[in-house]
Design a protein. Structure first.
Length: 302
């Protein structure tokens, strides 16, 4: 398995490097998305790759795209990524890439929450609502919500945090019809996926989707979908105990890295969460890689 921190495909024009993905133009109408092994925490990219991460994210996204097609069309072309690069570049794309349709991206992160966690829990404590969606009294950290809620975010510029916005703001950005469609489709996908995951012993607490419009203005699911990078996955074991204690349940994501970074001192002071990031020790890299592998195994074999 080739570990790729930063891909270098010379035969195609680079469109953008995100926190994890490198996107290359293939003609006017397609994009080669390469999932690197980069990891970002607190919006800072770590210097050390997590071996296998890009392949795991790609396998998980493809697994989900395969199961959700009835709910919303997706951006996959079905063509082999290897077919659009030079022979000496094939190793960089095999198993970690998707050749996708080029769409007009919608500048809204479609976040759906089925449980109260992270920034949602913080917001609820302040005003008993998340993104303007009122919630009942008496919920605690990691509580299951009465029903899933749509809590959109505005896509931030590179290095900035995405910002939670109200549904009314989405209507202002994309119009009432498309806003309603995005909300309904996002919740439907979340509900279907949460049921599938629960049967495998995993809770999807929340997730974010990205959509684009094709040449016919059809809404299309794009980017990655339901990976541990875009979703909060909890194993069912340990959930009840964490809920009773008001603690964060154990999760299949970058929590190991975040916890280690929070505890690390540089010259006697905590890291200020600006680049460069501290060097990750081998143990933290391996534990993080193991968590990603476990999430994939459980989902696809569980």
């Amino acid at each position: 398995m080739t570990t790729v921190h930063t891909s270098s495909i010379q035969s195609l024009p680079l469109l953008a490097r995100g926190k994890v993905r490198d996107n290359y133009a293939v003609g006017e109408d397609r994009i080669l998305m390469v999932a690197s092994d980069r990891l970002s925490a607190f919006d800072v990219i770590m210097g050390e790759p997590i071996p296998g991460k890009g392949e795991i994210l790609t396998k998980m996204a493809l697994w989900w795209f395969d199961r959700l097609g009835a709910l919303c069309p997706n951006h996959l072309t079905g063509e082999a990524p290897e077919s659009v690069v030079q022979p000496d570049e094939v190793a960089q794309v095999t198993g970690r890439s998707m050749l996708v349709k080029r769409l007009r991206p919608i500048p809204v992160e479609a976040v759906v929450r089925g449980y109260l966690a992270g920034s949602g829990w913080k917001e609820y404590q302040d005003n008993r609502a998340v993104c303007g969606v009122p919630l009942p009294e008496g919920l605690t950290n990691a509580s299951k919500l009465p029903r899933p809620i749509f809590t959109p975010a505005a896509k931030a510029a590179a290095g900035e945090h995405d910002e939670n916005i109200s549904y009314e703001r989405v209507v202002e950005v994309v119009g009432p019809k498309l806003a309603q469609q995005i909300r309904e489709v996002s919740i439907a996908i979340y509900e279907a996926a949460a049921q599938i995951a629960l049967a495998k012993g995993m809770i999807i607490a929340d997730t974010k989707f990205e959509f684009g419009l094709d040449e016919n203005d059809t809404l299309v699911l794009m980017d990655e979908v339901l990976t541990p990078d875009s979703s909060r996955y909890w194993p069912v074991e340990g959930y009840e105990a964490a809920l009773a204690a008001g603690a964060n349940p154990p999760s299949y994501d970058k929590q190991f890295v975040r916890d280690w970074l929070e505890a690390t001192k540089i010259n006697g002071k905590p890291w200020d969460k600006t680049p460069p990031a501290p060097r990750l020790p081998a143990e933290v890299i391996e534990k993080t890689a193991a968590k990603y592998r476990e999430a994939l195994d459980r989902l696809t074999h569980g």
